[in-house]
Ligand binder design. Structure first.
Ligand SMILES: [Fe+2]
Ligand SMILES: [Fe+2]
Length: 369
């Protein structure tokens, strides 16, 4: 896996290496009962579906600038202004720059999230008490190393723009890594972070449909991630049904905090800072413009049904999610009923519905959810 890094990742303020103090109990399972058939099936699937990042078409020419310009030449520029409703009309050059940076920002956060998944799942190998889950988690660790490899290669060899980890994502990954309770690692990583990633990858694939390399990368990673999320749901539903109200309440708190941190990252403040656009104008825009609101909501389309299956869509979580208009996803299929991601078409339809509603509503002011 040799590739030339034209574009090294920027180092975050915290420095080149970040140490997180872990306090975990590693558990041996001497029973080797191997009776959890759903986990063993997943493990077999994981082994059978492993792919090699070196086999991808890395010689593909990637020119997002050209792709976006071609869209603009076909009249996409005006449509973009209509769709995004920016604080001021963007000319083609500005719209192109915004597009390139948002794409690079999202891909960079995918990369950092993948490294988080690599570390968090290694922790699950140690802490989960059941041998079957250790087997599958070990398989996932190998998947995550490959995901880090492909996103890093794509960003540094192909793209030319990248971003350090967003502080909110860094905080969430830190929370996941430092919590001593093994189920909270799962809840944070497999249910929240990977659940969001699964929906985000679906959107990424749709928005970059003409770029064959990223479409191939995303398709492969999504197939892996859908197993990872199912791994979380299958493992947790076994223990959450027996938890006391007090224990469940702590998990609710975690879900609400994670939701808050994930939404903050999606406001993309670092993009506006990098472009030198006033954040006091653009962040409120990202909070309120119907397209961005719809985009953020859709990213929860897999999380909501999974939380419901786990019994975590409790009155407190429901209240928060109702305020964010996320309960619309509660009747969608969870990751055990349907391990695949929600079809992008389904998401597009939801977005279109949302935009239609947004068009009738008066343009909101600065006040944000
Ligand atoms: Fe991954
Ligand atoms: Fe994953």
């Amino acid at each position: 896996m040799q590739y030339r890094q034209h574009n090294p990742l920027p180092i975050p303020a915290i420095g080149e290496f970040q140490h997180v103090q872990g306090t975990l109990d590693a558990v041996f399972d001497w029973h080797y009962e191997l009776k959890r058939s759903k986990l063993l099936e997943l493990y077999e699937k994981g082994k059978a579906n492993t792919w090699n990042a070196s086999d991808l078409a890395w010689d593909t020419e990637v020119d997002i600038e050209k792709m976006v310009s071609q869209r603009q030449a076909l009249g996409g520029g005006g449509m973009l202004n209509q769709l995004l409703a920016p604080p001021r009309p963007l000319d083609d050059r500005e719209a192109l720059t915004l597009n390139l940076h948002m794409n690079a920002f999202m891909l960079s956060q995918f990369l950092h999230g993948e490294q988080g998944a690599l570390l968090a799942t290694a922790k699950i190998v140690e802490t989960v008490p059941w041998a079957e889950a250790k087997f599958y988690a070990a398989n996932q660790v190998a998947d995550e190393a490959r995901h880090v490899e492909v996103y890093h290669r794509y960003l540094t060899e192909k793209l030319g723009i990248s971003y350090p980890i967003h502080p909110s994502l860094g905080e969430l990954l830190g929370d996941i890594m430092t919590d001593a309770r093994w189920d909270v690692t799962y809840l944070g990583m497999q249910i929240m972070v990977e659940g969001l990633a699964l929906a985000a990858f679906g959107l990424q694939k749709m928005m970059m449909a003409e770029e064959s390399l990223i479409v191939d990368i995303t398709t492969r990673i999504m197939a892996d991630e859908s197993r990872h999320v199912a791994f979380g749901v299958i493992s947790l539903e076994e223990i959450y049904q027996d938890m006391t109200a007090g224990e469940l309440r702590e998990r609710e708190d975690f879900v609400m905090e994670a939701t808050h941190l994930m939404r903050e990252r999606l406001l993309m403040q670092p993009v506006f800072e990098r472009l030198g656009w006033p954040v006091d104008v653009w962040v409120p825009w990202a909070q309120n413009t119907p397209f961005m609101k719809g985009f953020r909501q859709m990213l929860f389309s897999k999380i909501v049904p999974n939380l419901k299956r786990l019994g975590l869509l409790t009155p407190r979580v429901r209240e928060m999610y109702a305020g964010l208009d996320l309960l619309r996803f509660e009747h969608m299929k969870d990751s055990v009923e349907d391990p695949e991601m929600a079809a992008p078409q389904e998401l597009v339809q939801l977005l279109m519905q949302f935009l239609a509603q947004g068009a009738q509503a008066p343009q909101p002011g600065v006040a944000a959810k």
